[in-house]
Design a protein around this ligand. Sequence first.
Ligand code: TZD
Ligand code: CA
Length: 527
Amino acid sequence: MATVSDITYELLRARGLTTIFGNPGSNELPFLSGMPSDFRYVLGLHEGAVMSMADGYSLATGEAVFVNLHAASGSGNAMGALTNAVYSHSPLIVTAGQQVRSTIGQEVMLANVDATMLMHPLVKWSAEPLCAEDVPRVISQAIHTALLPAKGPVYVSVPYDDWAQEAPDETRHLLARTTTAASDLSEAQLVELVEVLDAAVNPVLVLGPAVDAEHANEFAVELSDKLAAPVWIAPSPSRCPFPTRHPAFRGVLPAGVEQLSHALDGHDLIVVIGAPVFRYHQHVPGNYLPDGATLIHITADAGEAARSPMGRAFVAPVREALAALAKRVSTSSRPALEPLADFPEPRTSSDGLSPDLLFATIRENAPADTIYVNESTSTSQDFFAQMNLSRQGSFYFPASGGLGFGLPAAVGVALARKRPVVGLIGDGSANYGITALWTAAQYDIPVVFVILKNGTYGALRGFGALLGTGETPGLDVPGLDFVKIAEGYGVSATAVSTTESFASAFRSALNANAPHLIEVTTTFEQP
Ligand code: TZD
Ligand code: CA
């Protein structure tokens, strides 16, 4: 007779979940001891890094990923990173080992007290099976729940002694189960949307991460071409949904109410696709919409639609909606948009590389299919102004703004994809996920980590200036030597401070086929 462990592993194999990201403790040993040899266990040294590596892997593959953490303490360590997975709709099956069933009530060491409540505010669903026999079904439910729209992380706590119990034969039905969802825009909705788009005098598209996640980038280009409509990326982007050198590309919308509606001034129709409306950041009150504008919102996430403060929302799969709209709208008689001007001339300085000079140098030296995982918070505008991102899946940024994503997510992305991966990580951000360097070294994962060393939490200085909070404690991060830190974790590293030395270190790192870290002295520019 098969055990709960046997059936669970069969189930994970049937769902393609054979790469497991984890950090173990005593509670997880019975699960780990049953792991078949065709599974790959990727060890992370801190649960925040484990979660972000898994997130990166899921973002790059578009698939569910299984995560195994230790009890409440390990789960707690992962929760900051989990906030990013929530807003990027990553279907992570987060599991944690629980103590022996009969002893949990005594609160023995490492019992996960009230386990289902722990991640409850963040995940789509959390559970602890009511008996051992139900463990495989609960894990099956977790996988299907994570993957049904809108996708997102789930949490399951499994007691120590459940894995060795016998699984009832009927459990085998789980192996062949599938769940699919269908809820395309109706014919009537499509007709109405096409009418609105065709009638607009000066429409604008605002695209979000779901366009990239659903591989709908080309439909977005087709729609903007037919409408001769400019395209903005929705504020605080976690992915790049549109080619940044296309004539229609206008940049990333600012994340303040006032500035955002100002940027959209003059448009009578604003069509937001695959993004929340809107993910503001700096609180600068103002009018939500420019005068005379109507907003249409298309998203697969009903919660996202419901919580918006304005607009008419259509809850539907983004890829299908974009494809249908691109096909059906009339080709506009407005003139085609002019090609973009050349890249802006980068600033130069004797104190180090300006961020835009760094990005220009990266653009000139990296292969066109490079994937950038960015966690350099004060330099986003320079990044989008200087980079030529043209392919699906070329850019990732922490979706909730929780730092500690970038460095480990770059490792997860590189594990999942054959394309070159460059992590652009601030000298502040790097510290929250630094232990992923060890995983990159041990598993020989070829990421080029570029640490932008400006000595400060630059974005917070930018906020301070914008919001008028003046000089505050806790904003500088001097005294960090990332070459030594990287070498301590087993990753070779170089420190540079000129364009030429950066370009040469960067080129050899790209060719190394092994992880390498480049610490580059950068200037701080007020964002
Ligand atoms: N802690 C966590 C987990 N997430 C956060 N977002 C912050 C703290 C606050 N924070 C920001 O929002 S940006 C930032 C902090 C500390 C500065 C990051 O500094 P950096 O990049 O060196 O990585 P810049 O370019 O110098 O801003
Ligand atoms: Ca910094």
